[in-house]
Ligand binder design. Sequence first.
Ligand code: MG
Length: 204
Amino acid sequence: MKIICIGRNYSEHVKELGNDPNAEPVFFMKPDTALLPNRNHPVFYPDFTNNLHYEGELVFRVSRLGKFIEPQFAHLYIDSIGFGIDFTARDIQQTCAAKGLPWEIAKSFDFSAPVDGFRPLSDFPDLNNISFELKLNGVTVQTGNSRDMIFDIRRIIGHVSKYVTLKTGDLIFTGTPKGVGPVQKGDVLEGFLEGVPSIKVQIK
Ligand code: MG
């Protein structure tokens, strides 16, 4: 399986700035080794970064093989929604970006994509109105709603499947709202989907 992540998919100012209808979503991938082996496994703070950031995100699970999927049929290719944390070595990412290099290593390292709390699509009557929240040591640091995505899940699936065949079990991280920030060893992150506790991760 593969993990597909959408970059920069929320903007506070998108409405006032106007959305470019011709813009396309940016995506990158993480390997399956970015998942945690089980839900109690900690995320080890990598020794190659001094600025590990959380990014709380809605995650959609692919349920069918698909290529060139039309956006209006995209919901037929997903079966559940969970909460994921797209861990990012922000210092490495910024260094790579400044040099015009790919920032793969800032995103794809081991345990950089914990995900949990999957619930069936039928639990979410409106894909464009799903709320989520991330707490750091019990304090809310991010709140988001899928209605604020620049590219909704249908457009994401339509776009990605033009380039990459989607397979059963693939995961799509859909981008993070504002409020990203650093973690330290010992921190605990908790994600909530529509108020339901969905993931708990300890940094070690
Ligand atoms: Mg992200």
